[in-house]
Design a protein around this ligand. Sequence first.
Ligand SMILES: [Zn+2]
Length: 206
Amino acid sequence: MEFSSKLLENAVNEMSQLPGIGKRTALRLVLHLLKQPNEQVSFLAESLLKMREEIKFCKSCHNISDVEVCEICRNESRNHAIVCVVEDVRDVMAIENTGQFRGIYHVLGGKISPIDGVGPSQLNITSLVEKVKLGGVEEVIFALSSTMEGDTTNFYIYKQIKETGVATSSIARGISVGDELEYADEVTLGRSIVNRIPFENSFKNN
Ligand SMILES: [Zn+2]
C-alpha cells in the first residue's frame, strides 16, 4: 500500500495491529476518523488511554473492574460458595446476561495451550486452588469452551482441587464442542449452567 502521507501510514499501521483488522479496513477506519471533529477523535484516544492506564483486575476473581474488588465479589446477596471458572471477562458478561447464575466467578485469563506457549503458571490458577483450599467453596463449575485447551485446563485444575473434596461440575454441553461461550445464545447458555453435570461424568464417558 502506497501512502501519500507518513502520518496516514502510521495511523493505518497502528490500527491494523488490532485483531481482525486488515490494512484495507484500517485505512477505511482512519479515513473515517479524519472526517470527524477533532474532539471526537480525542474522546476515542483518551478513553482508550484511560482504560489502559486505570483499569484494574479484581484481586479476588481477576475480573476486569474499576475498583480493587469487583461488584460481583462485593455483592453479599450472591452465593460465594459456588465459583464458576471462566476463561475471560467476555464469559462473565455472557453468563451474567443469562440471569441464571448467582454465584461468583474466577477468571483464568486464558487456557492452557502448549502450542501458544501458555502454561498453567501464566494463568490465574494458583489463586483459585488456594481459594478452594482455604475452605468456604462448596462447588467449582468449569465453564470453559469445550476445546482441547479448555478440557486440558479443566482437568489440570480438577486434579489440584480433587483432594479437597469440593464438588466439581461442568456446564451441560448444549453448547457444541469447540463453540466459544460468548457466542452461545442466552437461553442455551443459561440452561447449560442450570443443568450442569458432575465434572467426573464429563470425562469418564470419553
Ligand atoms: Zn471479583
